[in-house]
Every structure is written in structure tokens, then in C-alpha cells.
Design a protein around this ligand. Structure first.
Ligand SMILES: [Zn+2]
Length: 269
């Protein structure tokens, strides 16, 4: 009888420990996720995750070097990397090691610290970005530039780091291959609300700043590059914060026709 009572006590104690342990793990997990969101570098990663599409999922089972090579072979290398009309996406990559030769910092509020390459944008788009920020300010809205230029090497580092730490499948799922990120063109800038600077999420469109960009970006030569409901065409989920410079005329035509860059340039059947 006594033995049985001790046994029951012991079991109760062990279950209690496990639950505590489970709770501790949950809390730790939540904290890690929060840190992840607050850490500035996560802007890159949050977006990488958004960029994940299902295209590779079916191929994962048979993944080996062969299929990888085949996939790379199907990528077109763009022949106009310096044009403001270029189109880079999951099928169209920049030439290996491409780096724009006119990167500058625009005179706008930045989230990244001074000297960070994320503050860079091509000269041809910098003035337009300044005009855009000034126009928003006139309407009483404070924007902040979060992430612009990302080098081939940086993208390669992100991708390879993901392969190393999380495996090939995960890396292919959650990070863009070097050469295929629009941020490498120097014509893209992720923009957020200054008050909600840590938010590069789809809910950005529910803020006044997000809505303002949707309505006015084209007046300054920018488009919302990855619009809602066009994932099948662009290859990316809706990103209301990701602006791409194409020039006023093109931006206005794209805005009025409500098409993607791919459709505008006849790259989508
Ligand atoms: Zn972006």
C-alpha cells in the first residue's frame, strides 16, 4: 500500500516537472520569436519567408544536384541589368556578381544605421524616393526606408547560411537564390510607417502610410511590385511595403492598368 502511494506521488511529481518544462519551452520559443521580429536583420529574413512559394515543394522529394542544375538552367539571365525597365524574378536572374555602379544614399529617414548598405538605392531612383517621402510628409505621414540594396554576396551569404543551418530544402523554401532578389538591382526599397517601424507585414496596408503608398507611389515613379492576388504571376506573396522604381510614366501605366511588371512587359502568357 505504502509502495503504491509513493509510486503515485512520484508519477505526479514527474508529470508536474514535464509540464513545467513544456511551459518553459513555450515561453522560450515565444521570446525567441519576439527577438526575431525586433532584430533589424530580421527584415531581410521576414521578407525571405514571404517570398517563399510552393514551386519547389513538389520537387523536394527528388532533390539532388541534377534537378538543382536543371532548375538553374531554366533561369534566364537578364541582358539589361542597368535599365529601370528590367524584370528580375524567379525565372529571370541578374548576371553573376552584378553590382550597380550608381548606388547612393537618399536624403530620407532610414531604419538601418549609417553606413549600412541597406540604405543604398540607385541614383536614378534616389531623387524620386526623396520626392515620395516629401509628398507623404505633406499629407502628414511619416515613412521610413528600411531595406534597399542587397549585394549578390549578401544574398549568397543568407542563402548558404540557411543551407548550412537549416538544410537545402529549408533554404530553397525560405530564401531567394543569389541573383534573383530584386533588392540586388538597387531599384527596390522596403518602406514602413515610422511609427510602426518593425512591421514589414501584409497588415501594413491597413495603416495610413500603407494605403497612401498604394495610392500615390506611382506619382513618384514607384510601383507596389508584389500586389495582392498576383502571386501566381510574380512568384511572391503580397508585399505592400516593397517599392520598385520604374519611372513615372511606366509606374502610372502599371497603376492604371492594375497589372504586374511581368504582365506589363509581356513576360506572362
Ligand atoms: Zn523588398
Amino acid at each position: 500500500m505504502k509502495k503504491a502511494a509513493i509510486f503515485i506521488l512520484l508519477i505526479t511529481f514527474l508529470i508536474g516537472c514535464q509540464q513545467e518544462n513544456f511551459l518553459a519551452q513555450q515561453i522560450e520559443k515565444r521570446d525567441t520569436q519576439q527577438d526575431y521580429k525586433e532584430e533589424p536583420e530580421s527584415f531581410v529574413q521576414v521578407e525571405e519567408e514571404d517570398k517563399e512559394q510552393a514551386e519547389q515543394v513538389n520537387e523536394e522529394e527528388q532533390e539532388n544536384e541534377q534537378t538543382e542544375e536543371k532548375k538553374d538552367d531554366t533561369l534566364t539571365v537578364v541582358d539589361n541589368p542597368d535599365s529601370v525597365s528590367l524584370v528580375v524574378n524567379k525565372q529571370r536572374k541578374l548576371p553573376d556578381g552584378y553590382e550597380p555602379d550608381d548606388l547612393v544614399e537618399a536624403n530620407v529617414p532610414y531604419y538601418a544605421a549609417e553606413g549600412d548598405p541597406k540604405r543604398l538605392i540607385r541614383q536614378v531612383a534616389a531623387g524620386a524616393l526623396e520626392d515620395l517621402f516629401a509628398a507623404a510628409k505633406e499629407d502628414g505621414l511619416e515613412l521610413v526606408a528600411v531595406s534597399g540594396y542587397r549585394s549578390y554576396d549578401r544574398q549568397k551569404q543568407i542563402y548558404e547560411n540557411n543551407v548550412e543551418t537549416k538544410g537545402q530544402d529549408h533554404a530553397d523554401k525560405f530564401s531567394a537564390k543569389p541573383g534573383t532578389s530584386e533588392h540586388q538591382t538597387g531599384l527596390a526599397m522596403d518602406v514602413a510607417s515610422a511609427a510602426l517601424v518593425a512591421v514589414l507585414e501584409q497588415s501594413f496596408i491597413e495603416t495610413e502610410e500603407g494605403q497612401w503608398l498604394e495610392d500615390h507611389a506611382h506619382e513618384h515613379g514607384f510601383i507596389i511590385r508584389y500586389p495582392e492576388g498576383k502571386e501566381a504571376i510574380t512568384g511572391y506573396s503580397y508585399e505592400p511595403w516593397h517599392l520598385r522604381y520604374v519611372g513615372k510614366e511606366t509606374a502610372t501605366e502599371i497603376y492604371q492598368a492594375q497589372v504586374t511588371l511581368e504582365e506589363f512587359f509581356g513576360l506572362y502568357p
